[in-house]
Design a protein around this ligand. Structure first.
Ligand code: SF4
Ligand code: SF4
Length: 203
């Protein structure tokens, strides 16, 4: 799941300065599950845009904004899109990029893409993977320090955590504390002895 969050409305409005006719595209997968691009959020965005003096020509909620087959399909579903001077995409950067490639008008994002994460029940799990191209998350009990430790430490904690929280972001659990607990739970604490080479960013 791609974790994205809503930009402040003032920022979205500023990016649309001078544009009157706007079509809104949501995303019924990640953004909907995160409540930043599903139907309720798309409808709320349309209302806010109207209140701000914009003409909303229509909206659509594709299954996934990042997997739209063709512009023709969007037009078939919502012919009003042809009247748009710009499209606002309420999805991650992938969704905005796909719509940008298909549309013949400028496309703007209403969301910021934060990380590659996941979800368990109602709990959103951000920053699970950084797409390094050389996955060895099994060495860390399934808690990837490349993605979850702000310092990207591969060989143990920095020593700055307080009560299990990260010294860089006290809202966050220390990744290495989680790694330790995971390895302890699965009886693989010996993996802590392993020394890892610096990460290859060429991948
Ligand atoms: S090692 Fe970490 S960043 Fe790399 S692919 Fe696996 S989970 Fe993602
Ligand atoms: S406190 Fe933990 S998660 Fe934060 S930077 Fe140090 S090792 Fe990484």
């Amino acid at each position: 799941m791609i974790i994205s969050s809503s930009k402040p409305f003032d920022e979205v409005l500023a990016s649309l300065e001078g544009i009157d006719n706007i079509f809104v595209v949501g995303c019924n997968v990640c953004a909907a599950r995160l409540h930043v691009g599903g139907e309720p959020e798309v409808l709320a965005m349309c209302e806010k845009l109207k209140e701000a003096g914009k003409h909303v020509v229509g909206w659509v909620l594709p299954t996934a904004a990042c997997s739209i087959q063709s512009y023709a399909m969007l037009v078939e579903k919502k012919p009003d899109i042809r009247e748009a001077d710009a499209i606002l995409v309420m999805a991650c950067g992938s969704g905005t990029s796909v719509v940008s490639r298909l549309a013949g008008v400028p496309v703007y994002p209403s969301n910021n893409t934060d990380s590659l994460g996941g979800r368990s029940g109602e709990q959103v799990l951000p920053q699970l993977c950084e797409m390094c191209g050389a996955c060895n998350v099994q060495e860390f009990g399934g808690v990837c320090p490349k993605a979850s430790c702000p310092k990207g430490l591969l060989n143990g904690p920095c020593g700055g955590s307080m009560s299990g929280k990260c010294e860089v972001d006290s809202e966050k659990d220390c990744a290495w504390e989680l790694i330790y607990k995971q390895l302890e739970k699965t009886d693989r604490l010996e993996l802590l002895e392993k020394v890892f080479e610096p990460r290859k960013y060429s991948r």
